[in-house]
Design a protein around this ligand. Structure first.
Ligand code: GLN
Length: 555
């Protein structure tokens, strides 16, 4: 179903209409939540029966964020087709409940790479290659590509960065041109700004917004809709003032007030009629919209939990919550599915050793060990896993977290003291986790991991099979190392079993300890596929197991 809400019939839409384009930019400050506004608008349009997709334009020169340290830009999100992308794509998928693809993520690096390749092939026929028109044309091509197959009624394009940045200028210029190319009624430009509140005078200030719009005007763009991020409700007068000074219709000035959860934003945007403002501008039918039934029931479960669990998230990028964005969101989804409040505490793996782990991890109902790269913080992860395994605390290990659980088991249960991963000790004599065969000749770092969705077959009766309710699954990957099959018999005999395998390569994708209350390590990243409408079964099961653990302790 197009609109992604089970059981809700989308309104009939005239499919003859050509694809319409929505542009979302930001001003005044960064981190105002353009991604959430884009995703919320997408959700509202989808709920009205429109086929929507959301794209992100990122102004950095990296080809993709795959090689970026998570401290730079937060988590690297992976799509079904194996693109390493900005974490905003995660919001798009979680809100729309539909996958994105490589085409939904564009960076300045990719734009320049195509232009330069084209130049080398001689395709510019001797012309001087310039930002305008060659770079802007490539940007326009990338934006239009998503709409070109008739798959979508509306393409929402979020322009990363803040208006006024040097890096985003080519994007703004490309969009200015597209607005003219596509003509009236086919595009709408939304600008998100901040209306700061001055405590001393008790006033909301609109001047930064006026300046930001002026900046856009200097670049030839008159925004159609203004979304004002604010800590306090905006009065009718203030809206009128902004409308007057920024040349927009008063009904197109939309308030985006701080809310307790990002999942509240679609409802706020609906109440503010953002979707209607957009539809009017796009000359699409503005009828009354169906209720967001599934969405509201999720929020109801989120706001009114009957249970609570405490989960420890052990990783090495814990200072920045965005580094594990999808994991945090998946825990929220899994919690709501169980009517359970998940209190997630991030714990730096570097703080954990044999003596601190039992102290710092005491009282948690579940332990999740995060994905990651390199050797830093590994010993702490192993200690966290040992504690979870020995104390019978529900454990979910994701990618590196799964690999660590294999090494921990090898060292402390199989007695292989030197067991390690080839990633941490190149010359290890006991590589229970080894480099994948087809990674051996790989020298370049960018985009060369095993990336994207692969099928996996689960063992009947396993915890994973129980959680999924099926034996055939598909999950997304991002790794170079794998479980070393030559050790499998020894693991099996000692009680750690492989319960998920890739049907083509036989690669181990899931390990479990059946004698433990709930101990599951997965080579893939379930967090990329959890959405509000379809919470991920492993997170649902992990939260449930943690609830059971808590109940048992209480008894
Ligand atoms: N560093 C590990 C590997 O490359 C795990 C990667 C991850 O956790 N995403 O296999």
């Amino acid at each position: 179903m197009a609109e992604g809400e089970k059981g809700v019939q989308p309104a009939a839409v005239d499919r003859r209409c050509t694809t319409k384009y929505v542009f979302v930019s930001g001003g005044v400050a960064s981190s105002l939540g353009k991604g959430i506004i884009s995703a919320s608008l997408g959700k509202l349009l989808q709920n009205r029966g429109f086929r929507v997709t959301i794209q992100k334009l990122d102004p950095y020169i990296n080809i993709d964020p795959g090689t970026l340290n998570p401290y730079e830009h937060g988590e690297c999100y992976v799509t079904e087709d194996g693109a390493e992308t900005d974490l905003d794509l995660g919001h798009y998928e979680r809100f729309l409940n539909q996958p994105t693809s490589r085409q939904n993520s564009v960076t300045t690096g990719q734009i320049y790479q195509s232009v330069i390749h084209k130049e080398r092939r001689g395709e510019y026929l001797g012309k001087t290659v310039q930002v305008i028109p060659h770079v802007t044309d490539e940007i326009k091509r990338r934006i239009m590509l998503l709409g070109s197959k008739g798959q979508y009624d509306v393409v929402i394009t979020e322009i990363g960065g803040t208006v006024g940045d040097i890096e985003s200028l080519p994007y703004i210029e490309a969009v200015r041109q597209l607005k003219w190319d596509l003509g009236e009624g086919n595009t709408v430009f939304i600008h998100l700004t901040l209306v700061p509140y001055l405590n001393a005078s008790g006033e909301l200030k609109t001047k930064p917004t006026q300046h930001s719009v002026k900046e856009l005007l200097e670049n030839g763009i008159q925004p159609d809709v203004l979304v004002l991020r604010t800590e306090h409700a905006l009065s009718a007068d203030l809206r009128k003032k902004v409308a007057l000074f920024c040349n927009v219709q008063p009904e197109n000035v939309v308030e985006s007030i701080d809310v307790p959860t990002i999942y509240e934003v679609p409802l706020r945007m609906r109440a503010e009629r953002l979707d209607m403002a957009v539809l009017r501008k796009l000359q699409l039918p503005v009828e009354s919209a169906p209720e967001l039934v599934v969405w509201k029931s999720f929020l109801d479960r989120f706001y009114h939990p009957k249970h609570t669990v405490r989960i420890a998230l052990v990783g090495k990028y814990v200072e920045l919550a965005d580094a594990y964005k999808s994991i945090h969101e998946s825990l929220i989804h899994g919690g709501a599915a169980n009517r359970c409040r998940v209190e997630c505490t991030s714990i730096s793996s570097e703080k954990l050793d044999a003596s601190t782990a039992p102290v710092l991890l005491q009282g948690f109902d579940g332990i999740l060990v995060a994905p990651g790269f390199g050797h830093r913080g590994i010993e702490g992860k192993l200690e966290a896993i040992r504690y979870a395994r020995e104390q019978g605390i529900p454990f979910l290990g994701i990618c590196l977290g799964m690999q660590c659980s294999v090494v921990e088991f090898a060292r402390h249960v199989l007695g292989i003291a030197d067991a390690s991963s080839r990633e941490w000790v190149r010359a290890t004599t006991e590589p229970v986790i080894d480099l994948m065969e087809n990674q051996k000749g790989v020298t370049e770092l960018g985009g060369t991991m095993r990336l994207g969705a692969y099928p996996c077959e689960l063992t009947p009766g396993s915890r994973a099979a129980e959680a999924y309710g099926t034996l055939q699954i598909s999950e997304r990957h991002r790794h170079r190392y794998e479980f070393n099959d030559s050790y499998l018999d020894r693991f099996n005999a000692a009680g750690m079993v492989a319960t998920g395998r890739n049907p083509a390569t036989n690669l181990v994708e899931v390990v479990e300890i059946p004698a433990h209350p709930w101990f599951v390590g997965v080579q893939f990243h379930p967090e990329y596929k959890s959405t509000v409408v379809s919470p991920h079964p492993l997170f649902v099961a992990f939260v449930r197991a943690s609830m059971q653990k808590r109940k048992k302790v209480a008894e």
